[in-house]
Design a protein around this ligand. Structure first.
Ligand code: PLP
Length: 396
């Protein structure tokens, strides 16, 4: 069988064995509806609350502050829309140019329906100018929604500093922490964050479950209406197996958090250093220090990211590129464009994102395969002669 080296963990992660084992009986043996009057269903409330406590524990929150959702996208939508509904007279939203579409597309849609949206800029390292944030806040700002860590570059924003600026003005602060939860230590009991989104499949739970933290006292109107589930904050019969899975994944994430900061970071650094050393004109995208420990985003100038991915796929390496190839266009990513990464580099950007299941041997395998792949693509490029001239000129 072809070797598989999976380094696309910011896209999704493998479900941990312990998580799968914990959730399976809730499909077959314990399949009741938690809202039922009989014990068979009703007893499942306790299991949901156990999972809620585990999510809360990872976040340093109270269990009453957690609601379960279907995914990170729903959590983001619930936070943004739930806040706007709670403040109907406020029509201004602040976000950033580098948010995930779960926030950015929603804000752009809201802008078309009469809201005013400020999208904060980032610099070449992917960092915000906090003075721009401060001066963008208005009397009618309903919400500031800023991500914790970027899914493409791993760049981490100074969330508590941001939160202090936002909270000085008494405005609700939502943070999309889908990429941060399980990778960085978080403590909502000491945080300025009012609402925080997370997603199960980024931390070794299955796809299709997420959670939203809502700090006690924060004004919020439910986004999905129906029954009285989740304390009237998110209607819909609870997805018990997946909620159980998310609880277990959060328990494990807490256990492995230190490893993420040490072993996984070392793997990432090793791979990154090897690639930057071995490949001429490879460049790192995003701030070198303020970054998730598992992510590296590297541009290979003058080659197409999709072509790199296809050749890597042939040798079993799964990574992702910074072009929105899924949309059918080959536009470079909005994140790299916002950072001012040159077109020729943005097109050839590849993200490698590791997890606790990766090994040092896998990093060696990738580092060995990248240089010949890039060399081959440059050689077969219709601009091969120009590329060679440019690279020679750079070498000086
Ligand atoms: N926010 C960020 C930063 C993400 O990386 C993602 C997924 O890639 C999402 C939100 C959406 O999460 P989900 O896939 O669970 O809807």
């Amino acid at each position: 069988m072809k070797k598989l080296v999976y380094v696309d963990n910011n896209a999704t992660t493998r479900v941990a064995d312990e998580v799968l084992e914990e959730m399976l009986p809730y499909f077959t043996e314990h399949y009741g509806n938690p809202s039922s009057m009989h014990t068979f269903g009703g007893k499942l409330y306790r299991k949901i609350d156990e999972a809620r406590a585990k999510v809360a524990d990872l976040l340093g929150a109270d269990h009453s502050e957690i609601i379960f959702t279907s995914c990170g996208t729903e959590s983001d939508n619930a936070a943004v829309r739930g806040t706007l509904e709670a403040y109907p007279n406020k029509r201004h939203i602040i976000t950033t140019r580098v948010e995930h579409p779960a926030v950015l597309s929603l804000c752009q849609y809201l802008a078309r329906t009469g809201y005013e949206v400020t999208e904060l800029h980032v610099d070449n390292n992917g960092l915000l100018d906090l003075e721009e944030l401060r001066s963008s806040i208005r009397q009618d700002t309903a919400l500031v929604s800023i991500m914790y860590a970027n899914n493409e570059t791993g760049v981490i924003f100074p969330i508590e500093e941001i939160g202090e600026i936002v909270k000085e003005k008494g405005i609700t602060f939502h943070c999309d922490a889908v990429q941060a939860v399980g990778k960085l230590p978080l403590d909502m009991s000491k945080s300025t964050i009012d609402m925080l989104s997370l997603s199960g499949h980024k931390l070794h739970a299955p796809k299709g479950v997420g959670a939203l933290y809502i700090k006690k006292g924060v004004k919020f109107k439910p986004f999905i209406l129906g029954g009285h589930h989740e304390n009237n904050r998110r209607a819909g019969t609870e997805n018990v197996p997946y909620i159980v899975a998310l609880g277990k994944a959060c328990e494990l994430a807490k256990k492995y958090l230190a490893e993420e900061q040490t072993r996984v970071r070392k793997l990432r650094d090793k791979l990154e250093n090897e690639i930057l050393f071995r490949v001429p004109n490879a460049r790192l995208n995003g701030h070198k220090t303020f970054r998730l420990p598992n992510t590296t985003n590297i541009s290979f100038e003058y080659v197409e990211g999709e072509a790199i991915l296809l050749l890597l796929d042939e040798v079993g390496i799964c990574a992702s590129s910074g072009s929105a190839c899924t949309s059918g266009s080959l536009e470079p990513s909005h994140v790299l464009r916002a950072m001012g990464v040159p077109f020729t580099a943005a097109h050839g950007s590849i993200r490698f994102s590791m997890s606790r299941y990766n090994t040092e041997e896998e990093m060696d395998y990738i580092a060995e395969h990248i240089p010949p792949v890039i060399r081959r693509l440059k050689e077969i490029s219709p601009y091969a002669a120009e590329i060679e001239k440019l690279e020679l000129a750079r070498k000086g």
